[in-house]
Design a protein around this ligand. Structure first.
Ligand code: FES
Length: 172
């Protein structure tokens, strides 16, 4: 659990303009919100007197920072050597096309966030993709689309269920 002195509000309150304080401030904002929302950038700008545009510049420079919340399913496609020679480039293009996003982005419905990684540690299954904690190997552009559609269908079905369960639960 993060210590109180690491918290976003505490860091914002303690900010005194010392060099190198902006990055930890942005890190704590991301830890607090799960990403760096527009309002956090506004607070930071007001507290530090650093223009919002400069803060955006820092955020977009470092790949560790996200301007959008993480999707429900984090998709990691391996771009390591074994996967690359087995066609991961084509897989990445297929996933981008299927989800309508670029690497590092989240779908508008908040369902998927797409990343590429250097190696997922199961090269014998190349090309490989992980969706959350589940590993999918020996993929083709067609199978990768099928898999992602499966996750979408499951999420849609699960999305419909809570309302029905809530009604049942209330009756108990
Ligand atoms: S290179 Fe892809 S899993 Fe190792």
């Amino acid at each position: 659990m993060a210590h109180e002195t690491d918290s976003f509000v505490y860091r914002l309150w303690r900010y005194d303009g010392a060099p190198g304080e902006l990055i930890p401030l942005l890190q704590s904002a991301q830890e607090h919100f799960g990403y760096i929302p527009r309002r956090a950038i506004r607070y930071i700008s007001e507290a530090t007197h650093i223009p919002e545009s400069a803060i955006y510049g820092v955020i977009t420079f470092y790949s560790q920072f996200r301007l959008q919340p993480m999707g429900k399913h984090v998709v990691r496609i391996c771009a390591g050597t074994a996967c690359h020679v087995s066609g991961s480039k084509l897989l990445i293009e297929s996933v981008q096309d299927e989800l309508g996003i670029e690497v590092g982005e989240t779908t508008a419905d908040g369902l998927f966030t797409l990343f590429t990684v250097a190696c997922l540690g199961c090269c014998s299954l190349a090309p490989v993709m992980m969706v959350g904690e589940e590993t999918h190997g020996r993929l083709t552009p067609a199978s990768v689309r099928r898999i992602l559609r499966g996750y979408r269908r499951k999420s849609e079905a699960a999305g419909a269920r809570p309302a029905a369960e809530a009604t049942t639960g209330a009756d108990r």
